[in-house]
Design a protein around this ligand. Structure first.
Ligand code: CP
Ligand code: NVA
Length: 303
């Protein structure tokens, strides 16, 4: 297994499947009151440079359920907010803790943190990737559909951290991935370069949501303006106006098509309230599975 989880690009299909299998097992144990076998007393430092509900709560609860402890460190209330270098923060935390989870802006920041830290670093979202979310998505899709390879996954909207991680995670697991983004809002070149190397699953990038959604087994979206793009909200509302998951788009998907959304959602923008509520069970199962998938990551990297 890897030392860190920075991006799914670093993981093989077998390693991703191992995480999903352990996540299923930990979920079963948790639901049935069976104790987890994990060394007691581990600590996870959680650095947040951006807001969070799910990531913070699921990592903190997950660490507690594994018999350890998680510490919340907001960058503004720590010395990082006053300019202490990442290299020094990494080497300090590595003297106290057994793992670091970080949510930040530049992907290079998590790479630098991992470089300087002897302990595992887990990416809790950067501007480029959101691997923990996509592990939870893959786990949820597999729960509902019983398998992954051969399914068609469609993503509609901004070519953001979610789009990039879905391209990598989806294709690695053998799903056909189709992405519809407006011109100028496409996925990151690193994710596209990976997609170009894949031969055993199909990748489609289009500006037409209808082409992307046709025959999809799972359709996914995310907010039009991610954290850090708040000043572009009005401009993006115009650019993304045709990129909504609504009844018209759902009608083009395969029968039984699932809907996933990493949350938080802006209902009425990237997804209608009625489609969201009709698929709320799947969407909140996805949110729950953050807990199980991340416990599996900690189990493998910190156990
Ligand atoms: N999906 C997700 O990462 O949610 P939070 O921003 O609430 O952590
Ligand atoms: N793309 C969103 C995901 C939030 C969980 C963002 O980066 O804000």
């Amino acid at each position: 297994m890897q030392k860190d989880l920075l991006k799914l690009l670093d993981y093989s299909r077998e390693e991703i499947e191992e995480i999903l299998n352990i996540a299923d097992q930990l979920k079963y144990e948790q639901k049935n009151g069976i104790p987890h076998s994990f060394p007691q007393g581990k600590t996870l430092a959680m650095i947040f440079e951006k807001s969070s509900t799910r990531t913070r709560v699921s990592f903190e609860v997950g660490m507690f359920q594994l018999g350890g402890h998680a510490l919340f460190l907001s960058s503004s209330a720590s010395q990082m907010g006053r300019g202490e270098p990442i290299a020094d923060t990494a080497r300090t935390l590595a003297r106290y803790c057994d793992g670091i989870m970080i949510r930040t802006y530049a992907h290079e920041t998590v790479e630098e943190l991992a470089h300087w830290s002897d302990i595992p670093v887990i990416n809790g979202l950067t501007d480029r990737y959101h691997p923990c979310q996509v592990l939870a998505d893959l786990m949820t899709i597999r729960e509902y559909k019983t398998h992954l390879a051969g399914l068609k996954l469609c993503y509609i909207g901004d070519g953001n951290n979610m789009a990039n991680s879905l391209i990598v995670g989806g294709l690695k697991c053998g799903l056909d991935v189709s992405i519809a983004c407006p011109d100028g809002y496409g996925p990151h070149e690193e994710a596209l370069a990976f997609a170009a190397t894949v031969t055993d699953a199909k990748f489609t990038l289009t500006t037409d949501p209808k082409i992307a959604a046709a025959g999809a087994d799972v359709i996914i979206t995310d907010v039009w303006a991610s954290m850090g793009h708040e000043e572009e909200v009005e401009k993006r509302k115009i650019a993304f106006s045709g990129y909504q998951i609504n009844d018209e788009l759902m009608a083009l998907t395969a029968p039984g098509c699932m809907v996933q959304h990493c949350l938080p959602a802006k209902k009425g923008q990237e997804i209608t309230e009625s489609v969201f509520e009709a698929h709320a069970q799947e969407i909140f199962d996805e949110a729950e599975n953050r807990l199980h998938a991340q416990k599996a990551v900690m189990y493998l990297l910190m156990g």
